[in-house]
Design a protein around this ligand. Sequence first.
Ligand code: SF4
Ligand code: ZN
Length: 303
Amino acid sequence: MKCSMCNKEAIYSARYNHNNYCREHFSEMIERRFKKEIRRQMNLGKRETTVTVALSGGKDSSVTLYLMKKILGNRKNTRIKAVTVDEGIQGYRSSGLESAKKLCNTLGIEHHVISFSDTYNATMDSLVKKNPMKIPCSICGPMRRDAMNEIAGIVDSDYLALGLNLDDYAQTVLMNVARGDLNRMFRMAPHSKHINGLVPRILPLIRIPEKEVLTYAISNGIVFDSSWCPYYSQAQRNLFRDIVMRLENENPGARFAIANFAEDLKNISYPNQETTEIRKCSICEKPSSSEICPVCQNLLELH
Ligand code: SF4
Ligand code: ZN
């Protein structure tokens, strides 16, 4: 199999655009898409900008940090930092944390760690034990988002970059459709500005399929942790992962179509959202779409 751009041996073939890529042209294509997204999602004017990458140590966040450094690392007015959330999941988080530290050392990136036990006085393992009926990710997700927002604010970030790839994004869109949750669809990242104390979250890998993120990480020798969270098998997301894969197999390009659809919808309807009132949680006073935010709700139920 030859590269569609040159005559070298191809390492990757994309069904959705019928192109084959050699190592060099593959990396070039990924970097071009990443660059396009950061230009679209970030306001990279002349003022000082700090972007903090949420680094779990897995392939997606590691590639995000690597590319952020490669593309923005030489800009004088841009600072890049990384944060890792330690949820307190035995046998999983420590290896991710180790990879995250290694990568930050290699790239010369300031790295911060925030733990559930310091922030909420509880580990994920203890929270799961206390409420075995609850899906672990529904406890973990809001707390992770809250912890990341907290630390991103503390280290003065203008943006918090998450390593969600195209597959993740398409799954999230379909999950919101299946729940009929238009509000949540509008609140999905990428965000363009601070709203009520929330650091805007950006998704630079939003146009890069998961397999391509993995291929990029391997072909560029990026250190990442490939262990899986022990609670992942209970995630509702798994059903949507299968649905997205089936749609893509039958109809190559379906993932891009779902992502474009969601972005178009957000753009058409966003002005109405600006006037939507965002409440404050009656317990922690952080911005919340409900009377009590999901983090306080979890802690109330579980303590
Ligand atoms: Fe948390 Fe679920 Fe991710 Fe595990 S898979 S780290 S429980 S959100
Ligand atoms: Zn709260």
